[in-house]
Ligand binder design. Structure first.
Ligand code: IMP
Length: 500
């Protein structure tokens, strides 16, 4: 069955991730962009990195919706109001598209998207430099820009179009930041301000920390550059929802959501399907179908925070924080995905899956598929008629045995969690969003024999090995989800429809 044949009567689709991000939303959105007339981003910002492989060429997009790749076919791409918008990042991306000969004539930016300014990057990076308090952010200013929005002192994209208003709001916003930065190590601040994303010190003032004139000049220039693209996208989308085919493109993942994720080890936007719709100016009820993606049968996480099934546990978390891809290439070139040592097995799976951050280049922490977390995410993101998409399944082609975490045993001290008190030895079938509890959960595994044959060339679900299909059935039954599709490789054609 072809994917597009399953979309009769569907007008608005949301593509989100049901894990910690990096599950291949970019590819799924790219495939569905063939169906869509408008692709919209509704949350997150340049912390996202969507990697696409088209005709052997790799494209990494951070700020523009993935649909922009189809701009030449008339596809409209929208950066919605819920997005943290970095004009520097988009400028770079558009230059990259120009170089690749790809057009971006149908790109629109919400006038009320949240504007990332130099001070947001500085605050993010200075905070992350304090040892013991890290979240492992991408350093793109995401937390501080959303904080300013909620704190009612943020600037929006529209402010770049009105210089006098911009200056006034900027000064007020900077007063707040300078007061905070006065308690930071001045050398760290100076170093951070020299980062290439801050134009190597262009916004730095040795006396006032920020050079207001330099910021005003740069951002009003961005305003001139983007003027034709800036519009009321909320109204525009509300006017066409239900008639045009709209594809909502999520960023990050449910487990990183500010509202639903493993707080505080989360990003600062709501990465659920509902948060995505809201950030596009729509409501949940406008979404006809949600596709939530989960890697299978392994998963990844970047940055700090609990990860019960992580291969090699704390050792892996610490390693990924301090090492780079090159270190792994040198030390683990011949590591096997069947290595009896879990940590080494995890490195081998990371290498097989090319699990290195698209935004930061960091090695992603790897572990087995976790059903308690999947059940939790599915309860929030998936309703009747929606579907789960299993991605990167081909990565485990060589595994002798594949483990799926079916439940946890709580191994922490007595702990009150709402109406329950947890005791050591208790079984948990659904993951709690509480990070303390999650960090004391021991996985209970169900082992499956691997399929041991390459699946990248399979062109239908039924052509997949029986061992794999048994595992898919198990996930569906055990997690109470419907698997709609399976992705067996990075190219557009490597996505197999299982069910309507
Ligand atoms: P921030 O979004 O840069 O503030 O980072 C907060 C947390 O979210 C960190 O653990 C990041 O590693 C994680 N994160 C942010 N964006 C992504 C993403 O696109 N993929 C995976 N993790 C992400």
């Amino acid at each position: 069955m072809a994917l597009l044949d399953t979309l009769d009567g569907v007008r608005t689709i949301a593509v989100v991730c049901n894990q910690w991000g990096d599950t291949g939303k970019g590819k799924m959105v790219d495939v569905l962009a063939e169906w869509a007339e408008i692709v919209v981003r509704g949350q997150g910002g340049p912390n996202a990195g969507h990697t696409l492989v088209i005709g052997g060429h790799e494209y990494v997009l951070h700020m523009a919706p993935v649909g922009i790749i189809r701009d030449g076919d008339g596809m409209e791409s929208i950066i919605g109001n819920g997005v943290a918008f970095d004009p520097r990042s988009l400028t770079e991306e558009l230059a990259f598209l120009d170089k690749a000969g790809l057009s971006h004539n149908h790109l629109r930016i919400a006038y009320n998207a949240k504007l990332i300014l130099p001070q947001h990057l500085v605050m993010d990076r200075v905070r992350e430099s304090r040892s013991g308090r890290e979240i492992g952010t991408t350093g793109r200013g995401i937390g501080p820009v959303y904080e300013d929005h909620v704190g009612r002192r943020g600037l929006s994209v529209n402010d770049m179009l009105n210089k006098d208003f911009f200056v006034k709001k900027l000064r007020r916003n900077l007063d707040d930041k300078v007061a905070l930065l006065q308690h930071a190590d001045p050398e760290v601040v100076r170093q951070v301000m020299r980062h290439p994303h801050l134009l190597e010190g262009a916004f730095y003032s040795p006396t006032t920390i920020f050079d207001v004139d330099a910021i005003v000049e740069a951002y009003t220039a961005y305003g001139r550059t983007f003027r034709e693209m800036i519009m009321d996208t909320d109204n525009h989308l509300r006017a066409v929802v239900g008639s045009k085919r709209i594809l909502l493109e999520g960023a990050q993942g449910l487990l990183l959501s500010i509202n639903h994720g493993s707080y505080p080890y989360v990003t600062s936007s709501d990465c659920s399907a509902s948060g995505l719709a809201n950030g596009a100016g729509l409501s949940d009820g406008d979404v006809d179908r949600v596709y939530a993606i989960a890697k299978a049968f392994y998963m990844t996480r970047v940055g700090e925070g609990p990860f019960p099934t992580e291969f090699g546990g704390q050792r892996s978390a610490a390693w990924c924080k301090t090492h780079k891809r090159e270190n792994e290439d040198a030390m683990y070139r011949y590591a096997s995905v069947n290595d009896p040592d879990e940590f080494t097995q995890g490195v081998a799976i990371r290498r097989a899956g090319h699990e290195y951050g698209a935004t930061t280049g960091r090695p992603r922490r790897t572990g087995w598929l976790d059903l308690p977390l999947l059940r939790y995410a599915a309860a929030i993101n998936l309703g009747e008629g929606d579907g789960l998409v299993l991605s990167k399944v081909d990565v485990l082609d060589d595994c002798d045995t594949i483990r799926i975490c079916e439940a946890y045993t709580y191994q922490g001290p007595d702990y009150s969690l709402g109406e329950r008190t947890l005791h050591a030895g208790m079984r948990l079938d659904i993951a709690p969003s509480d990070s303390f509890v999650l960090s004391h959960c021991q996985p209970v595994y169900h082992d499956f024999p691997g399929w041991k044959t390459p699946i990248a060339d399979a062109r239908s679900y039924d052509a997949l090995p029986a061992e794999l299909r048994i595992m898919v059935d198990y996930v569906e039954r055990s997690a109470g989800v419907r698997v709609a599709m399976i992705s067996v490789g990075p190219e557009r054609g490597q996505i197999l429809v299982k069910d309507r």
